[in-house]
Every structure is written in structure tokens, then in C-alpha cells.
Unconditional design. Sequence first.
Length: 265
Amino acid sequence: MTPVRMSAARRSEELWRRLEQVNDPELDEPVTAMGFVERVLIKLDGSVEIDFRLPTYWCSPNFAFLMLDGVRQALDSLSWSPAYRVTLHDHMFAEEVNRGIAEGKAFGEIFGELAGDQDLESLRAIFRAKAFKRRQEAVLLGLRQQGLTDGEIVGMDLSEFDAAGFDAGEAAKQKPRYREALLGCWPDRRPDDAAFVTWEGDRIPVDALGAYLADLRSVRINMEFNGALCRGLKHTRYKEMDVIDGEPTLVDFIMDRVPAPAHAT
């Protein structure tokens, strides 16, 4: 492999790694996994072109902006500092979004009166809370499945959490993401601090863990339903079977064909 090809391969790997860190804010799923990143091109001069497409023409403009702003931040963090063009397709505000993103404008500047009194930071906080809870539930259920008692789980400190291992599955996937969310809220957390707290920062009483998990489950089910809706709408609109293959669709939820995980409570 020539040096140029190696450089191109490394650039592609870095670009996709950055894009995979951009989440759909409502679903806490990477935009790459949701199939929203339709085309990525790294040109010979190092510049980048990305085509982005959402499930419906009327997807909420604030959601569209949050995701595209995440893509922009991902591109700005690339080591070779490329020029880039991000294009949103088939959306009712595509023209405004594309022009604003290209000019580096803030949400209010792009949408003007459409933004109204929307507090974007409050919206981000709502989505961060949902992501925190969904990730935490997966790890808590994984620890229960391993046979740990509720007392052992809620008494676990951060060092014990780091030492805990999962072979595979949702708990293994969400463990590093939960840690990231936890330290995102409390960056000064010490190894002997509690690994599991509520979104408000309170300790979880041992006798309340079951009820707490029930609340987390309702958050997850809502997010999974919305995810199924997005996949179903995107499949219907673009006939992309591979996007939803193996995933529950909206019809599955309506027909009650989505069983709870075997270890869920």
C-alpha cells in the first residue's frame, strides 16, 4: 500500500470514528447506525463531502440541527482540518439548514422566527437525561443478570464498576457509554464515589432499585418505540430493507411482538 493510500485509509477510519460518536439526540443511537449518513466522500485534496437524510420530510428542525451540528463538530475535530460540505436532503427546512450550517450559524440564526423561544440547551439536557437513564438501565440489568444482589449493585463504587466485566450484549455496549455520561455530569467523580446515582445525583436506596428500574424501563421503551418509528418511516420512504433488518418495526410494537429482555424486571 502506498503512503497516499495509507493516509487515505487512516483519514477514512478517523472520519467514521468521529461520525459514530454523533447521536440522534432523541434515540441515543449513532446517526451512522440509523442510516442517516447517506454518503461520505474524502476527496484527493482531503476535503470532505457528507450527504445526510432523515426519515421524513417533516422531522423536527431542532432535532435535525442538533444532529447536523454534531456532524459539524465531528468534522471540525478531524486531525487534518479539512474543508467540508454537509448537505441535508429531502427536508422541509433543508435550504435554511444547509445554508446556516455552511456559514457556521447558531440555531436561532438559521431558523430565525422558527426557533421562537426554544431553549436549545434545555432540549439538550432533556436528551442527555434520557441517554443517561437508558445506558444506566442496561448496566444495572446486566449486573443483576450476573447474580449480584441489589445491595451489591447500588453499593458499587466507580473503581468496582470499572473492574466489572460483561462478555457481550447490551450491558457490554452501554458500560463505557454510561461511564461517559456519568462523568459528563460529574467530572470530578472519584474512584470511591458511587457508580450508580439518579440523574439528580442522589444515591439509589437498595429497597427502591426495583421501582427505579421500572422507571428506567419506561424511558427505554419510549426511546425504542421512537427508534422503531424512525426506522419504519425511513424504510417506507426509501425502501431500505437493510436499515431495519433484525430490528423491531413500528408494526411490531403495535402488535405487541417485542418481548422484554429476559433479564428485565
